[in-house]
Design a protein around this ligand. Structure first.
Ligand code: SF4
Length: 338
């Protein structure tokens, strides 16, 4: 157990955590919404420093990141807990499990994680599966060591990182896939239990820090997939992040509290892709339906297939020096086809 960062002591032995936009005011003996930060006698502690509950080697495409070192391997780590309460969480067994029944995981050091990443021939570390902002202290220490070792750092996040914390870790973050789970305040309030406006602000903050970002929206039938909402997301992206920001629309699979919901049909994902492109986005991908062309990267200039994928595997990459070999158009991203 380590003392937390980004908090202040308040009256009556309470503490104010500023790590994420919930800004929890926590009484002595209590925990914040994320359940992994606890006030003990007026000092805030993180309960998950180095307590890795999931780790493994993934293709970077699994994050998903399609324009950041495509074809490379990333070392993925997570600790337990989350600050969101999404009923459709695909990783609920580690993000939503009550903390009083957590298994006692051994504490790993940042050096150990970096060493495992290097030994696995990964070129980056991904802080993923649960919300990295709530294991911030360990992520920051690991990201610094990773950068020293020449590795890149990737956040897969729900976009609720507090501004002060993001300012501190941003110099060590190279890329992020950020969930934009819907585009209505009511969806965020009632289903995610957070504020849409805060997420939109944070996405722009990541962009302004120069971090390569790609956005993901999981389409839930009848909840966040109206044409109005999809157009809202796409136009927000074009206006605030630029037309070259990749958008991943992914298919819903029944899980956790939404286990009774129907699975999303491919045609609706295709409709979302068409909406994104018609709003001006250059790179829109459909996920969770391997085999379709919606996973391929097309040149926005001439329409040539530049990166061919199947599932999380990159089959071919034809970008040359960051440009389309057919028409010479610059293709957005980092280390494409190296
Ligand atoms: S990280 Fe967020 S949810 Fe957790 S205690 Fe801090 S402000 Fe609350």
């Amino acid at each position: 157990m380590r003392e937390a960062s980004h908090y202040s002591r308040e009256e009556g032995g309470r503490v104010r955590c500023r790590l994420c936009h919930f800004n929890c005011l926590i009484s002595d003996g209590k925990r914040g919404i994320c359940t992994v930060r606890e006030n003990r006698g007026g000092t805030l502690y993180t309960l998950v420093y180095g307590r890795i509950c999931a780790e493994g080697v993934d293709p970077v495409e699994k994050k998903p990141l399609f324009h950041f070192m495509p074809g490379s391997l990333t070392y993925s780590i997570a600790t337990r807990g989350c600050n969101f309460r999404c009923g459709f969480c695909q990783n609920y067994m580690i993000s939503q499990l009550p903390s009083d029944i957590w298994p006692d995981e051994p504490e790993l050091s940042p050096e150990t994680v970096v060493g495992r990443a290097v030994a696995s021939q990964c070129t980056s570390i991904s802080y993923t599966y649960t919300e990295p902002s709530i294991f911030y202290e360990f992520a920051l220490d690991t990201a610094k060591k990773a950068a020293e070792a020449g590795l890149k750092n990737i956040f897969v996040t729900n976009g609720y990182t507090g501004r002060e914390a993001l300012d501190e870790i941003a110099p060590f973050l190279d890329a992020a896939n950020i969930d934009l789970k819907g585009f209505s305040e009511s969806f965020y309030r009632d289903v995610v239990h957070a504020e849409l406006g805060r997420v939109l602000e944070t996405i722009i903050d990541y962009k302004n820090h120069g971090i390569w970002i790609e956005l993901t929206t999981l389409l839930i039938p009848g909840m966040n997939d109206s044409e109005k909402e999809l157009r809202g997301i796409a136009s927000f992206m074009v206006k605030n992040l630029g037309a070259d920001t990749p958008w991943h629309v992914t298919g819903f699979r029944p899980a956790y509290r939404f286990w009774r919901y129907d699975e999303k049909e491919e045609t609706t994902l295709e409709k979302a892709r068409e909406i994104g492109i018609s709003e001006g986005l250059n790179y829109v991908y459909t996920g969770n339906i391997p085999g379709g062309y919606g996973e391929d990267t097309f040149c926005p200039g001439c329409g040539n297939v530049l990166i061919k994928r199947e599932g999380f595997a990159m089959l071919a990459c034809r970008v040359a020096d960051g440009r389309c070999p057919g028409c010479g158009r610059e293709i957005a991203g980092y280390r494409l086809c190296h």
